[in-house]
Design a protein around this ligand. Sequence first.
Ligand code: MD3
Ligand code: FE
Length: 213
Amino acid sequence: MADTYSMPDGFRYLPGYFDRAAQQALIETVIEARGDAPFWRPSMPRTGKPLSVMMTNFGPLGWVTDKAKGYRYESFHPQTGQPWAAMPDALLTLWREVSDYPADPQACLVNWYAADSKMGMHIDWDEEATDAAVISVSLGDKARFRLGGPQRGGKTASMVLSSGDVVVLGGASRRCYHGVDRIYPGTSTLLGEEQFPGGGRINLTLRRVTIPA
Ligand code: MD3
Ligand code: FE
């Protein structure tokens, strides 16, 4: 068929990579990280429009955005001025197992989606190490993830990601448009109401930012 979407080279889907106990342990590390690095709501460059997801980061660098300075990596939380929490060992191990990259990740962006959060189609451009894959871990409610090509407005395919799934965006897929159409609220019990009011979904994305020496 001439105009069906083909999965870009370097895309890998590893369903159920983390079992329930490992998912719970990852959520515990997110809860602990919130002391010095609480979730905050970032805003878009120039317009200052708030994103629909809340964010924090693990690791020496964290992805941030605000009206004045736009998209970038920073060493400190924008509100507390404290360093981000350390990269959890389980995520370092994941990276070493699946990234096929000679250096460790420097940032793990933590996105918290509420029942009505979405993420528009975009390409991640803020890393210098474009030869390193981005590795995504889904936790909590299911989400419909959409992957396109290198140009906006091209053909896309969607897939439902469930808690514990890992996606590896390497090779050509690293420079493809992608986004999250919707969350399926109430499809997981992983995020407890006490720590995550309204539940939702947490997505962890591991990134190498600078080119290793
Ligand atoms: C494809 N996050 O944080 S993860 C992001 O589910 C982001 O929170 C989505 O896009 C989420 O930037 C999607 C999967 C993902 C992450 C990075 C990619 C897919 C990607 C980079 C290039 C291509
Ligand atoms: Fe992205």
